[in-house]
Write a protein that binds this ligand. Structure first.
Ligand code: SAM
Length: 376
């Protein structure tokens, strides 16, 4: 029998299913139970609606080995997220209650339930639907009817599976739970083989549960009093512009990057035949020579270059880049909201003109002059 190859692979199709659910429903708090190597969490951290991501698994080693995939890359510190995002991993059993898993919009259980013995499955359903009570739950599990297309040998797909259900068994279990815990359930799946698999259903069957009620504040408060049973093995807070510190950094990095470019273009136009390095000599602190020809050509060129506000200008022996031109940069505008806020963020971080209206780059020091982003 030819082995079946799904394209994309089946596990990817399950993740894609969750991602499209998230696209539609935009949950903010999402937990993945039995997160294993954190592959789904890794993908979900890029979803812009998600602000809190949690993974739980009983295998502490795997969480410790793979947790690093959820930590922010250095680039996030240069370009922080628009939204807040925290990612937490817990070592614990889905059969135990822990207040850390309260208040979620979506909880996913991808290929988890078939790893639980009957007694644990009972505990798990009570923990998930009776205690955690998320607004929605996505559960996927193998559909045993599909196994005839996977192998000639009867038997489970994985040695650790405690059961594999047919569609009737899974749907019966899910509908009982829905009635018992006041959820609505719909069924679908991933992994189809066109006409061949029509009468055996999907390879992975999926139940989507939606909560039919809103919990009272008092119920939530009482559940919050439960003793923690999970052990936190990873907790990361992503740099976000919601945090004043990272917002300032993002504004400074963006604005100064543009300011440097505007200054360089300005100098290039000002001294077309010399490069900036030779002009700006730290050794002899020589003042640049500005001819009237250069100055008049400059006016035309900077006007052409400048469409978003006032062009840079020379005052004394310094290039001035007006803040209003930097504020015209869409990202700066979006981050600051107003010119006043932008000005207050730049104050103390870079050298500003006496009236506070421009970033100042003196000509008589090195080319990296005038403006430093502080490390704070
Ligand atoms: N959800 C993962 C994915 O889609 O990539 C794969 C899940 S893997 C097949 C099953 C996971 O469930 C394993 O990592 C296992 O350690 C975890 N698991 C089994 N029993 C558990 C329990 N009682 N509590 C928490 N995790 C459990």
């Amino acid at each position: 029998m030819e082995p079946i190859r799904f394209e994309p692979p089946l596990y990817e199709q399950r993740y894609e299913f969750v991602k499209s659910y998230i696209d539609t429903h935009k949950p903010k708090k999402v937990a993945d139970l039995g997160c294993s190597e954190c592959s789904l969490l890794h993908k979900l951290k890029f979803w812009s609606c998600i602000e809190e991501l949690v993974g739980v698994d009983i295998d502490e080693d795997i969480l410790k080995r793979k947790g690093y995939t959820l930590t922010p890359l250095p680039v996030y510190y240069l370009d922080p997220l628009q939204r807040p995002l925290t990612v937490t991993l817990y070592h614990g059993s889905v059969c135990e209650k822990d207040p850390a898993l309260l208040g979620f919009d979506l909880i996913t259980c991808i290929e988890l339930i078939e790893h639980l013995v009957a007694e644990d499955l009972e505990k798990f359903q009570d923990v998930l639907f009776g205690f955690m009570t998320p607004n929605a739950v996505v559960i996927s599990t193998p559909n045993v009817e599909f196994n005839v297309l996977l192998s000639e040998n009867p038997g489970f797909r994985h040695p650790d599976h405690k059961f594999e259900w047919n569609r009737k068994e899974f749907q019966g279990w899910a509908m009982n739970i829905s009635r018992q815990y006041n959820y609505t359930v719909e069924f679908t799946g991933v992994g189809e083989l066109g006409a061949d698999s029509k009468d055996v259903g999907y390879c992975s069957q999926i139940g989507i549960f939606t909560k039919n009620y809103t919990e009272t504040e008092e119920t939530i408060r009482n559940k919050m009093k439960y003793r923690s049973t999970y052990k936190r093995v990873l907790h990361v807070i992503y740099p976000s512009i919601q945090d004043e510190k990272y917002l300032r950094k993002a504004v400074l990095t963006t604005a100064l990057c543009h300011a440097e470019r505007m200054k360089s273009n300005f100098l290039h136009n000002l001294f077309p035949e010399e490069d900036e390095e030779t002009l700006v000599t730290a050794d002899d602190r020589e003042q640049p020579r500005v001819s009237s020809k250069w100055l008049s050509s400059l006016q035309t060129k900077t006007q052409l270059e400048e469409s978003n506000g006032r062009p840079p200008f020379l005052e004394g022996d310094a290039v001035h880049v007006p803040l209003e031109s930097l504020f015209a940069i869409p990202k700066v505008k979006e981050l600051c909201g107003s010119l006043d806020v932008f000005q207050s963020m730049m104050t103390g971080e870079v050298t500003l003109s006496a009236d506070g209206g421009a970033v100042v780059y003196p000509l008589h020091v090195d080319n990296d002059v005038g403006s430093d982003i502080s490390d704070d």
